[in-house]
Write a protein that binds this ligand. Structure first.
Ligand SMILES: Cc1ncc(COP(=O)(O)O)c(C=O)c1O
Length: 397
């Protein structure tokens, strides 16, 4: 059959959907900061959210050894059996849940798993509740799936957790998914253990799935950040998401994993097969070493983050017009700069261009992040001191 053609052809067009994709301002600011550095400027990097430590030696060695053994081919899309077993054991022990290795999936970053989860559950018009301020990819993925983003405000007075009333007001018959992120990026807020039973109760009264993004779980300063999946019965409707990036300083290895409800195992595995195929075997070998090997590297990293947090929070609160709560987890400070009287996006831009400090404006994380800055303190104490000096001179200049 011959297809009809227009007389003049016309310029090829993009899919309408690409206009709905958001981005992460961290990558844009990093690119501008690097450009300024190429021009000879000195920049302190507080924009990108990755540990500044090297991958632990024994973990890197395990990955290299696997390459030398020739483990460089495709692997099963769901992940290698040994790694899935190890993850199931780790998740079960750390969250006091029972999860079979068959329900564990491995993918190229927690980000991919959260994107695919949203694609797997969200039909056009479905509502998805997500934290605001929150990781920008949540809203972007919801919009890509043609879902309706329903922001759940994180409240400063609740130490950047959310209120049960706010959650209850937003849950309804059209809610398909509730995203929880504790410890939270960008605020460092942790959902208190005592709230979890009531949150679970509310969600059980709906037909929503839960995506519990726990990539910062190990970076918590006041004991564990508890998981909604630990509430009896919740693991049956929760995608419990974690990964190697933040805990083991492995952002570039690209490896995330999740324990998922049984009905999601096959759809998510297919999505992985259809997109990225699999995670490299040597990355999974490094993952086995990370999860089963000594954990003192994690303890040392978290101790160092705690020192830096105290340094940064003390320094920020001494600045004119700035106030900042002490984050309970992750490695971000989220100061309120409303008293500085420069809109926060403008302030972030000027701090980069004029003071040589790269950081992010809070509204890149949602409307409730307005009047705030996000500062990643995954940088050395000397660099953090320098940044605080530069910000101080800028504000008093
Ligand atoms: C809340 C949150 N979830 C997920 C991710 C993605 O982590 P990964 O490197 O495993 O893709 C990040 C990274 O910044 C994050 O902040």
């Amino acid at each position: 059959m011959k297809r009809s053609r227009t007389a003049e052809g016309g310029a090829p067009r993009l899919a309408e959907g690409v206009g709905r994709l958001g981005t992460e301002s961290a990558f844009a600011v990093l690119a501008r900061a690097r450009e300024l550095e190429r021009l000879g400027r000195s920049i302190v990097h507080l924009e990108i959210g990755e540990p500044d430590f090297p991958t632990p030696e024994h973990v890197a060695t395990a990955g290299i050894a696997a390459i030398r053994r020739g483990e460089t081919g495709y692997t099963p899309s769901a992940g290698l059996a040994e790694f899935r077993e190890v993850i199931a054991t780790e998740l079960a022990q750390s969250r006091e849940i029972e999860v079979a290795a068959g329900r564990v999936l491995v993918a190229n970053g927690a980000k991919l798993l959260l994107f695919l989860t949203i694609l797997a559950v969200c039909d056009p018009g479905d509502e998805v509740i997500y934290p605001d301020p929150g990781f920008p990819i949540y809203e972007s993925a919801i919009r890509w799936a043609r879902g309706l983003p329903v922001p759940l405000p994180l409240r400063e007075e609740l130490d950047h957790s959310f209120s049960l009333e706010d959650l209850s007001d937003r849950l309804g018959t059209r809610t398909k998914l509730v995203i929880i992120n504790s410890p939270n990026n960008p605020t460092g807020g942790v959902v208190p253990a005592e709230d979890l039973p009531a949150i679970a109760e509310l969600i059980r009264g709906s037909s929503a799935w839960v995506l519990s993004d726990e990539v910062y779980r190990r970076i918590a300063y006041d004991g564990d950040a508890p998981s909604i999946a630990s509430v009896p019965g919740m693991i049956e409707r929760t995608v419990l998401l974690d990964g190697l990036s933040k805990t083991y300083a492995m952002t570039g290895w690209r490896c995330g994993y999740a324990a998922v409800p049984e009905p999601l195992v096959d759809p998510l595995t297919r999505l992985i097969t259809n997109s990225v195929s699999c995670v490299p075997a040597f990355v999974q070998a490094a993952g086995v070493a990370a999860l089963t090997g000594p954990q003192d590297c994690v303890t040392a990293m978290v101790d160092e983050f705690r020192h830096r947090r105290d340094l940064v929070i003390g320094g920020l609160n001494a600045l004119p017009g700035v106030s900042c709560r002490s984050p309970r987890g992750a490695f971000y400070a989220f100061p309120d700069v409303s008293e500085v009287r420069i809109p926060s996006q403008r302030l972030a831009d000027r701090l980069l261009e004029e003071a040589g400090v790269a950081l992010l404006a809070g509204q890149g994380f949602g409307a409730h992040g307005d009047s705030h800055l996000r500062i990643s303190y995954a940088n050395s104490r000397a660099q953090l001191d320098l940044a605080l000096d530069r910000i101080r001179s800028f504000l008093s200049g």
